[in-house]
Ligand binder design. Structure first.
Ligand code: ADP
Ligand code: TRP
Length: 329
């Protein structure tokens, strides 16, 4: 069982969002998609959405955004999203997100946003310091608060954003009366950081990813090109410092990982360890990859139509309460 497996919580409403901002990689799958999808059928209602308005803070190329939106929807279906158990919708199709963003921004203290680490990180990475990037956490708070959710499973990098959503719900209720449901602190168990091909955290911004879908050649090239130290083929090796071994652990039971660790210490070559990693990757993702390559945009149309419609109904109800509370109705 995956360590991040959610408890059976029949009364919870859970929300997860993902940005369409590039090709999915192993880190996204193990760190975000798989643990999020595990909520399906366990929570009373699970909502998944494509955070395409958030993606506009970094993607300023219409064709690229269009492609990324289409891809991520099919990626989610291929990864196991089940429309019978959950809703999938598009943020930009629900205008209430931006309406609530504005209303919340009028009660958001500047200091709260100035303390947000992801803004500083992104600016440091070279992303333009725009007002949209700065108010990113307020849009995320609107995403969460619109749906009266109980919890938002996110990785460590997004925890502060969920805390900001909580702060803003409390602040709003304080100012205008009980209106917004305060989400529980996020409860996703810590997921290990997946290393990239250079040993740093796998991230599209480092160019060190192993893609989830797409060209088999690219996957093979990425895996066979993982950086290792200069120990000779037959020398004993240290599994704990080797990214190839860390990646193997994603696919193996504890016992299998221990056996492999023994082989490392006895002098398994890096080339052989990589070959086996490629085989493990294909074994694990083979069926998903085949499913993904058979999917077409039309396969998602009905899922999205239903998801957008239901999400809109939920969001519209919350917005009515908000408009009344602030005096716009
Ligand atoms: P990237 O770093 O490639 O831009 P994102 O920031 O778009 O990835 O990642 C979306 C989510 O995927 C993150 O919130 C995080 O939960 C998860 N994630 C990304 N990279 C990793 C990784 N290397 N290990 C574990 N989880 C990851
Ligand atoms: N900021 C999240 C990320 O980059 C995506 C996101 C946007 C989100 N709105 C959300 C996640 C609301 C959960 C809830 O990963």
């Amino acid at each position: 069982m995956c360590p991040s497996s959610p408890p059976a919580s029949p009364r919870l409403r859970v929300l997860s969002g993902i940005q369409p901002s590039g090709q999915l990689h192993l880190g996204n799958y193990f760190g975000s998609i798989r643990p999020n999808l595990e909520w399906m059928g366990k929570a009373e209602q699970s909502l998944f959405f494509i955070a395409d308005l958030h993606a506009l803070t970094t993607v300023h190329d219409a064709a690229a955004l269009r492609q990324a939106r289409a891809d991520i929807i099919l990626d989610y279906l291929a990864c196991g999203f089940d429309p019978a158990k959950a809703l999938l919708f598009e943020q930009s199709k629900i205008p209430e997100h931006t309406e609530l963003l504005w209303i919340l921004s009028t009660i958001t203290p500047m200091g709260l946003l100035e303390r947000a680490v992801s803004y500083k990180d992104k600016v440091q990475q070279g992303i333009a310091a725009t007002a949209g990037l700065f108010t990113y956490p307020v849009l995320m708070a609107a995403d969460i608060l619109l749906y009266d959710v109980d919890t938002v499973p996110v990785g460590r990098d997004q925890k502060q954003h969920v805390e900001i959503a909580r702060d803003l719900a409390l602040k709003f209720n304080n100012a205008f009366g009980e209106t917004l449901k305060v989400p529980e602190p996020q409860i996703r168990a810590e997921v290990a950081v997946v290393p990239g091909t250079d040993g740093r955290k796998m991230s599209k911004s480092y160019g060190n990813v192993i893609p989830l879908f797409g060209d088999e050649k690219a996957v093979t090239k990425a895996i066979m090109g993982i950086q290792t130290d200069s120990r000779g083929a037959k020398d004993p090796k240290d599994p704990d410092t080797c990214p190839v071994f860390q990646l193997h652990r994603l696919f193996r039971s504890k016992g299998e990982a221990e056996a492999l660790s023994g082989e490392y210490r006895k002098g398994l070559s890096y080339a052989e360890a990589k070959k086996r990693l490629l085989a493990a990757y294909m074994g694990f993702f083979g069926a998903m990859r085949a499913h993904r390559s058979s999917l077409r945009a039309a396969d998602a149309a009905e899922v999205l139509r239903h998801g957008n419609e239901r999400a809109h109904e939920l969001a519209a109800k919350t917005m009515q309460r908000v408009r009344k509370a602030v005096g716009l109705l």
